[in-house]
Design a binder for this molecule. Structure first.
Ligand code: GRF
Length: 200
């Protein structure tokens, strides 16, 4: 069996600091999951995630929405890169855009996202602030398959995080993020093993 057959090829879409990307790269490099990050694509040219990818000699590309007349053309360009790198599974990791049909149709149940709440609670921006304002006792993080709606689609794994009495958005976000870094590689591992079994 070639390396390509025994490892799932991941494409990671990012917009920001990329700490989840880092956790995924680390898990792949330590062989904790049968996967390899083969391309990172950002819609923001100054995303720290791009530097993280370069530090690991992973191709890091920028595709900016403003350079395309509409979402379809923008996503077609992303799709072109994903297909060029023969991506099996797409991971959104702090990617701040909704995904449309142009990407969803070629990757049915093969685009995942992570969100800092126990979905379906608190979708959208500022999930941690939403949890504090709702006086939730427990929140957490979710990895799910992506559909056309925001932070929506079949749930793969979740981790609970207790909300403490004196939590601020910052302290709660930091505790959730720590759990995200464990949860995302774990979820990718589950899907990767399943997809590889089907491939064989
Ligand atoms: C994470 O909290 C993730 O759940 C959300 O955006 C944040 C991205 O953080 N979708 P990072 O860029 O992975 O550090």
């Amino acid at each position: 069996m070639t390396k390509k057959d025994s490892q799932l090829q991941l494409g990671v879409l990012v917009s920001g600091q990329g700490s989840n990307l880092q956790a995924i790269i680390n898990a792949c490099e330590k062989k904790e999951i049968p996967a390899e990050v083969v391309v990172v694509i950002s819609d923001q040219p100054d995303a720290q995630a791009l530097t993280r990818a370069q530090d690991h000699h992973i191709p890091a590309l920028t595709v900016e929405r403003e350079n395309f007349p509409n979402r379809e053309a923008f996503e077609k360009e992303i799709l072109r890169h994903l297909q060029h790198y023969r991506i099996d599974l797409v991971c959104l990791a702090g990617y701040m855009r909704l995904v449309g049909k142009t990407l969803l149709d070629p990757y049915p149940d093969r685009i995942m996202n992570i969100h800092p709440s126990l979905l379906p609670a608190f979708p959208g921006l500022d999930a941690q602030r939403q949890a504090l304002e709702a006086k939730a006792k427990v929140t957490g993080c979710t990895v799910h398959f992506v559909d056309e709606q925001c932070d929506h689609g079949p749930i793969i794994l979740q981790t609970k995080v207790e909300v403490l009495k004196n939590d601020t958005v910052e302290t709660l976000s930091a505790r959730i993020l720590k759990e995200e870094h464990l949860l995302y590689p774990k979820a990718i591992g589950l899907i990767a093993k399943n997809m590889l079994d089907k491939k064989r």
